[in-house]
Design a protein around this ligand. Structure first.
Ligand code: ADP
Ligand code: MG
Length: 217
């Protein structure tokens, strides 16, 4: 379903060019959950940005179910971001002027997927049902994180890319969130690639990719 080949990416910095990815190849099949680990600064977020069509590689190819992402124009890339790949960032980007319910709805409407039963189940499983009328600023960090996860699963994406989605949750909540990510992606026939620093959580996924020195080790 996802096949990335020989991805390279460098950034220009005040000390000159910094090559972050030196030829990364990643294959993820439908229904699979994969942990992405590596030291801080090893390029995990950079890789997720490339796979999520948020940034372009310097070289290499990314194919999502037959679509060559590197060949898309900006409109095509926007369509992939809107309805095919969900990225859950460390910074959650909830819409502050919308309630929890409206935040959950918004993305699904954009993607043209409105499945009320699935949305209700997601809200229920994530413990968001009592919070649906609240605004993001009226939620704790952990609650906001659960809204971001619900929003990303609401569109039934082909691929979920999650950048430490359980980073500031307690262990029990992190387990619930991971259960939902695994089950939500499996039920949608999609795949999950998740950055985590927790060996315990990584062990619950199907396999682990470790980034080091710009390569998958
Ligand atoms: P990780 O998520 O594994 O901690 P990142 O992918 O965020 O690592 O960053 C990898 C390296 O690339 C870091 O050294 C970071 O400072 C650098 N980097 C990331 N994005 C940019 C950018 N837009 N411009 C310059 N350097 C960047
Ligand atoms: Mg990062």
């Amino acid at each position: 379903m996802l096949s990335a080949r020989d991805l390279t990416k460098s950034f220009s910095t005040s000390e000159g060019p910094l090559q972050v990815l030196r030829g990364i190849s990643v294959d993820v099949t439908s229904g699979e959950s994969v942990a992405l680990t590596g030291e801080s600064g090893s390029g995990k977020s950079t890789l997720l940005h490339l796979l999520g069509c948020l940034d372009a590689p310097d070289s290499g190819t990314i194919t999502l179910k037959g679509t060559a992402l590197q060949d898309l124009d900006e409109a095509g890339r926007a369509m992939v971001r809107r309805s095919r790949v969900s990225v859950i960032f460390q910074q959650l980007n909830l819409i502050p002027s919308l309630t929890v319910a409206q935040n959950l709805d918004f993305q699904a409407r954009l993607a043209g997927v409105l499945d009320r039963d699935w949305q209700h189940e997601l809200a229920d499983r994530l413990g968001l049902t009592p919070l649906l009328a609240r605004y993001p600023e009226q939620l704790s960090g952990g609650q906001q994180q659960r809204v971001a996860i619900g929003r990303s699963l609401a569109i039934r994406p082909e691929l979920v890319l999650a950048d430490e989605p359980t980073g500031n949750l307690d262990e029990a909540t992190a387990d619930t969130v991971l259960d939902l990510l695994i089950e939500g992606t499996a039920r949608s026939g999609s795949a999950l690639l998740m950055v985590t620093h927790s060996p315990r959580l990584a062990a619950r996924l199907d396999r682990t990719l470790h980034l080091q020195d710009g390569l998958v080790q």
